[in-house]
Design a binder for this molecule. Structure first.
Ligand code: SAH
Length: 354
């Protein structure tokens, strides 16, 4: 018997990879298609259920491969908004979170790509917990599969890569997971219902442009001024906004989509009249819209330095800011804060025990 830790993980493999796997063990590639269907359509992870596989093949798979990556640890529910936060354990006992956000016309699942995050954005709780490791593609996909199993597959209509971690720093696994979610055989989600959110890794944005996935892309903007942006997002020192904007222009041309700029409102830092001017100028350069996010406090993490000083812009001021942008013909959405009562809102995901 091979121990579970040494078994090959088949969950998270794309259709091509599953076909190759079956060929490598002397089976028909058609088995790859069948397994793909079992895992991602029927959400079945138990070979004994797969009755269209001969028994000896099921036994072989059972002995040398595994379909388990995550395990559901806890679910927290916010009665005021209907938001649910799912805490998952990995096989090496790391904890990650996914959040299901119900809205009038959609149910969005927000998924993680890394355990922790290396970027250390000053307004984000995940940054404060540090970085542990990348999630593998099975662990990324499993957040969707296990959540779908808990509720009902059809009720998840959208996926956003806005949980813990930076998706473009875990590029291959993120891309694989998108390929699986959007594959016609999974009868899955349209690419228009999938958004990858990045703090901005220009060469990876370009690489993504070439892949033809054409998912929606969001950049965490938060300031149009390099100096301010570097203060609250240290990654901007390495990859300045200017380079990211060039990369995004390329993305919009290649994919014929428009990008979203996420903009978390921080009092006196990015909510001034010069910020409105700068946003207006930026948006005139490429097809885009702004997603304004009220800042969710991370005071429960007891941060120090600049993080401790950050305050949310008042709601009235946000409305004023938005109105002025709209008067400048900018498309602006205001994201309602969802789930801050269970620390499941944007930027509040962090596991203290890790
Ligand atoms: N690393 C990726 C995805 C994770 S963050 C990225 O940077 O885009 C998802 C979104 O939540 C980003 O726009 C991020 O800037 C925002 N966010 C982080 N912390 C927040 C907080 N405390 N309040 C509101 N939004 C926050």
């Amino acid at each position: 018997m091979i121990s579970n830790a040494k078994k090959k993980i088949l969950k998270g493999m794309t259709l091509d990879e599953l076909k190759e796997y079956f060929i490598s063990i002397g089976e028909s590639k058609f088995r790859g298609e069948q397994l793909f269907n079992w895992i991602y359509n029927h959400i079945s992870f138990d070979f004994s259920e797969m009755q269209n596989f001969p028994k000896d093949l099921r036994n072989r798979l059972n002995e040398s491969t595994i379909l388990k990556t995550l395990e559901l640890a806890t679910v927290q529910y916010s009665p005021s908004t209907g938001t649910k936060k799912f805490l998952y354990s990995t096989t090496d006992n790391k904890k990650i979170e996914s959040v299901l956000i119900p809205e009038d016309d959609r149910n969005t699942l927000c998924i993680s790509t890394q355990v922790g995050c290396p970027l250390d954005c000053k307004f984000c709780a995940t940054g404060l917990m540090g970085y542990k490791r990348n999630l593998n593609s099975g662990e990324i996909v499993d957040q969707y599969l296990l959540t779908a199993k808990e509720i009902d597959k059809k009720s998840i209509t959208n996926i956003v890569y806005m949980g813990m971690g930076e998706p473009l720093l875990n590029f291959d696994n993120t891309v694989k997971s998108v390929e699986i979610f959007t594959h016609e055989l999974t009868k899955g989600l349209s690419r228009k219902r999938i958004t990858i959110s990045t703090a901005g890794i220009p060469h990876k944005i370009k690489e993504l442009s070439e892949l033809g996935l054409r998912v929606k892309l969001a950049l965490s903007l938060h300031s149009c001024f390099e100096e301010t942006r570097s203060k609250i997002m240290p990654i901007n020192n390495k990859y300045p906004l200017k380079e990211n904007i060039e990369a995004l222009k390329y993305y919009t041309k290649k994919t014929k989509t428009r990008v979203t700029f996420e903009y978390t409102m921080l009092k006196d830092i990015n909510d001034r009249s010069e910020d409105i001017k700068a946003i207006t100028k930026l948006c005139s350069q490429l097809p885009s819209k702004i997603n304004v996010i009220p800042f969710n406090s991370i005071k429960h993490m007891k941060p120090n330095g600049i993080s401790a000083e950050l305050e949310p812009t008042s709601y009235n001021r946000i409305l004023e800011f938005v109105e002025k942008l709209r008067n400048n013909n900018i498309t602006v959405m205001v994201r309602e804060t969802q789930g801050d009562d269970i620390a499941a809102a944007c930027g509040q995901l962090a596991i203290k025990t890790n």
